[in-house]
Ligand binder design. Structure first.
Ligand code: ADP
Ligand code: MG
Length: 331
């Protein structure tokens, strides 16, 4: 199984929306998918599940959530628990998020420098999320795990992203997203280098096999136009979009500039997704992906053409992501 994280240290760019829709689309392609909600805001869980179900999960003890599974490792009361998957459909399972996840920031912050001195407890904490994702993948016989994470460069995200084989970057066409790239690229490289140096200090052979691999290969970026179309002139956002190929190359790939390219010709650009406008609230209401909306869900008339476009867009994007992650969907 390969693990793909969706990350930008800027909020509201569309990470959760992408994970949700790509998870459904991969299942349509016949892939077995585990979606993991690692954002303490738990937006992905609330897109998939009704509030009543979420309340049942969050009030159970131990909670069958990502945090419930890893908690014993942090409390020092034992090994991580077997992960619990919420079946969304036959081929799509969810590890439910948890607002309590933010409580792990302090421990993970302390664990990071302690790995440099070979502290086994620190390595145990650093391995907890990668171990949970791997166990869930094995349990579900998954081909791919998609990870939704929160918008910051904190210790939780560092731990989670080090466990990703690939990272996809959603970008809004604005200053904030491009500024996010500048922070993110060098930070990911620093994490990777530090981890490569430190992970070898883990002397427990069993634990060492469970540690995050730390590859985090950049798979490309997705331009999300929804965040910018509201009330702004087209010129303003096309200016930001025009800068993306060069900035992604410079800050994320750390490669010298090449002749000017546009997002349309840039191999690193996985898609330019449009603003699907009212499809999104309809999808949330129906608890379905936008591309699966039917007239009975309120998507009648002109909406059906938009649904068909959306289906084509996500199908193509999903193919592109899987190609970029060396798991092509078609020979
Ligand atoms: N392509 C799109 N078209 C319309 N609305 C979108 C689209 N992508 C995301 N949104 C909306 O934008 C908001 C932020 O998206 P979200 O996925 O929650 O971002 P993030 O996870 O990066 O914070 C949400 O209200 C979501 O419904
Ligand atoms: Mg989100």
């Amino acid at each position: 199984m390969k693990t793909i994280g969706f990350f930008n240290n800027m909020g509201g760019v569309g990470k959760t929306t992408l994970v949700y829709h790509i998870a459904w689309m991969l299942a349509e392609f016949g892939q077995r998918v585990v979606a993991v909600d690692l954002d303490p805001q738990a937006n992905l869980s609330s897109m998939f599940l009704e509030e009543e179900r979420l309340e049942e999960i969050w009030t159970a003890s131990p909670a069958p959530t990502i945090d419930g599974v890893v908690a014993p490792r942090f409390l020092g009361t034992g090994a991580i628990l077997p992960p619990v998957l919420e079946d969304i459909n036959q081929r799509l399972g969810l590890i439910v998020g948890d607002l309590g996840l933010s409580r792990r920031e302090d421990a993970l912050s302390a664990a990071w420098p302690n790995c440099a001195i070979g502290d086994l407890r620190a390595f145990g904490e650093m391995s907890s999320f990668a171990q949970t994702v791997a166990a869930a993948g094995a349990m579900f016989d998954a081909d791919v795990a998609l990870l939704d994470v929160g918008p910051n460069l904190g210790a939780l995200n560092r731990t989670v992203l080090l466990g990703c084989d690939f990272v996809v970057v959603p970008l809004g066409a604005d200053l904030f997203s491009l500024q996010g790239l500048r922070n993110m690229g060098p930070t990911l490289r620093l994490w990777r280098e530090t981890w490569d140096r430190n992970k070898v200090r883990c002397t427990d052979p069993n634990l060492a096999t469970l540690l995050p691999r730390g590859t985090m290969t950049p798979a490309g970026y997705v331009v999300m136009r929804h965040s910018v179309t509201a009330g702004r002139p087209a010129r303003a956002y096309s200016r930001w979009i025009a800068r993306m190929p060069a900035q992604y190359r410079e800050y994320i790939l750390d490669k010298p500039p090449i002749a000017e390219t546009s997002v349309d010709n840039d191999p690193n650009c996985l898609a330019v997704l449009k603003d699907y406008r009212s499809l999104m609230p309809l999808a949330q209401e129906a608890r379905k992906p936008m591309f699966a909306l039917r007239p009975g869900d309120g998507a009648f008339g002109g909406h059906q053409a938009a649904v068909a476009d959306c289906w084509r867009d996500f199908r193509r994007l999903t193919e592109r992501i899987m190609e970029a992650c060396s798991m092509p969907l078609r020979p």
